[in-house]
Design a protein around this ligand. Sequence first.
Ligand SMILES: [Zn+2]
Length: 314
Amino acid sequence: MSLPLKARLGRIIHALSYAGGISTRMTRRQGGMRILMYHNIDGAELSAKPFRAGLSYLRRNFSVIPLGELVRKQEQGKSVAGNEVALTFDDGYRNLATVVAPILQEYKMPATFFVCPGLIENRQWIWTQDLRERLAIISPVQLDQFAAEQGWPDWDVERLILRMRKMPQQERLAQCERIRERTKHFAPSRNSRNEFDLMTWEELSGLDPKWITIGSHSATHPILSSMPLGEMAQEIAGSREMLERRLGRPVESFCYPNGEYNEAVTEIVRRNYTAAVTTEWRAVGLKDDAHLLPRISAAGTPSLLAWRMFRPSA
Ligand SMILES: [Zn+2]
């Protein structure tokens, strides 16, 4: 399917702006520091080739520093030369150990991996990905029947996930369990496993602390604000304890699952971490709250990445 005209024009503008160095100049002029957000490499979102090209672009034009150093500079009101960038990777997919970490080491670039120790421990996927894959194996007729039994208005997977995101935690877990029960015969394909399997404890322990810092992404990637306070604290503080105990390395930063938080969540995060990152898309300014740091979603091509550095919402 061909791209709509607007998207095609956008691509041309990003490419020209990248090639002519305009994107880089605009980013420098804007100042500030930037935290990039990645997820999967070699999965559906981004493959290794454009990832490498993006790193080369960053190396040529910016200074890639550890997230902790960026936070220190921000808190001290220092620097903001407009060329500091920190790399972050959410969810802790296995391909971060097999593909990303070796590439980062090759480029001599530090990064922070935000992982979910509860999911690692139970060898589970992030619940939204698990649901999508499981519901995909149920026939439309069975899905209709299942939806009627559950009292869902329809069985559209994305609408269901959206509704489940707003449910109280217990209700959401029960719903997930019913779907698991219904799809007992589910056996993920090799591709799905490549994309969604998370790192094991062994893989996580094997990451070189010189380049990779570990942060918490909660224990099980729930919707934190939908949980009773005690469980919320366990997800936030307990995940740190578990990671530090299992890995024997300090865990000082937190990443809000689904970028979602409320006052109670941030209060517990403040008590347990030095810094936290969100999914608000923009550069980091000197006055930003260290526990609500904005990021920029890293894009597939270097030209779009360069564009988003100064136009984060693109
Ligand atoms: Zn996540």
